[in-house]
Design a protein around this ligand. Sequence first.
Ligand SMILES: NC(=O)c1ccc[n+]([C@@H]2O[C@H](COP(=O)([O-])OP(=O)(O)OC[C@H]3O[C@@H](n4cnc5c(N)ncnc54)[C@H](OP(=O)(O)O)[C@@H]3O)[C@@H](O)[C@H]2O)c1
Length: 250
Amino acid sequence: MTLLLEDKVAFVSGAGRGIGAAAARLFAREGARVLLAARTEEQLRAVTEDIRTHGGEADFVICDLADAASVRAAVDRVVSVYGRLDVAFNNGATITPPGESTERDFDRLYQVNLRGVWLAMRAQIAAIRATAGRGAIVNNSSIGSLRGNPALPAYGAMKRAVNSLTESAAISYGPENIRINAIAPGNTRTEMIETWESTSPGLVERLIANCPLRRQAAPEEIAEAAAWLLSDRSSFVTGTVLRVDGGAGS
Ligand SMILES: NC(=O)c1ccc[n+]([C@@H]2O[C@H](COP(=O)([O-])OP(=O)(O)OC[C@H]3O[C@@H](n4cnc5c(N)ncnc54)[C@H](OP(=O)(O)O)[C@@H]3O)[C@@H](O)[C@H]2O)c1
C-alpha cells in the first residue's frame, strides 16, 4: 500500500516538540522527506536524529516565526536541501498568560501566530509554484478560534484570522491545485497546555469534562489529521477548518 506522503517534501514549523514533533515523525514514517523548523536547536536536533534512526529522512533549520527574513530563509532551505516543496504544516505558535492581554502580549501573538503563518504561506506558495507545481498547506488553528474565548481572547482572535487566511488562500490558489486547509485541535497533551494549566489549575480536568470523548488528545492524533489533509487522499478538500477535538466543539 502506498504511504500517505510518499515522495513528498514537507516543511513543518514548531517541529521541536508537541504536535509539530509528532507530525514530523509521522510525515517521515508516511514517506515524506521533512524539514523541521523552530527556535530551539537541541529539540530540533533530537527529533531529527530520532527520525533518521528510524530510517526516515529529515533535516532542521532554526527559524523564528516573528522574524520575516528567518521565515523566508527557512522555506528557502527546504528547497536547497531537498530540491522542492510539496506540502507544509504551519504549526508553530505561542501562548500568553490567560486573561486580558497586555499590548506586548497582543503584539507577540500577532507576530508569531498570525503574521508568521502569513509569511510562511507566502514563501511556501512561491516555493511550491517554483518546484512541485502543485501542493498542499495545513495551518494549525485551534478550537479556541471557533467561538468566544474569554480565557485567551487575543490568541483566539489570531487563530480566527488564521482560519480566514486559510479560506481566502484556498480560493486564490485552488485553480493552481494548491490546497489550503486548517485543523482546529482541542485539548492536546503538550507543553503549551501544561503552561496554561500552570496558571489555571484544574483547566485540563475542566476541558476533559467538556469533551464527549472525555480525554485529552495525544499529539499524534492531531498530526494524523494534518497528514491526511496534506496527502493526495484528501484531494477534493480545500478551504476547510477541520475540528480535531474529540467533539468538544459540538
Ligand atoms: N496543545 C493544545 O491543546 C492545542 C490546542 C489547539 C491548538 N494548538 C495549536 O497547536 C500548535 C502546536 O502547539 P503545541 O501544543 O504542540 O505547543 P508546544 O508544545 O508549545 O510547541 C510549540 C512549537 O512551536 C514553536 N514555536 C513557538 N514560538 C515560535 C517562534 N517564534 N518561531 C518558531 N517556532 C516557534 C516551539 O518551538 P521553539 O519554542 O523552540 O521555537 C514549538 O516547537 C500551535 O499552533 C497551537 O496553537 C494546540
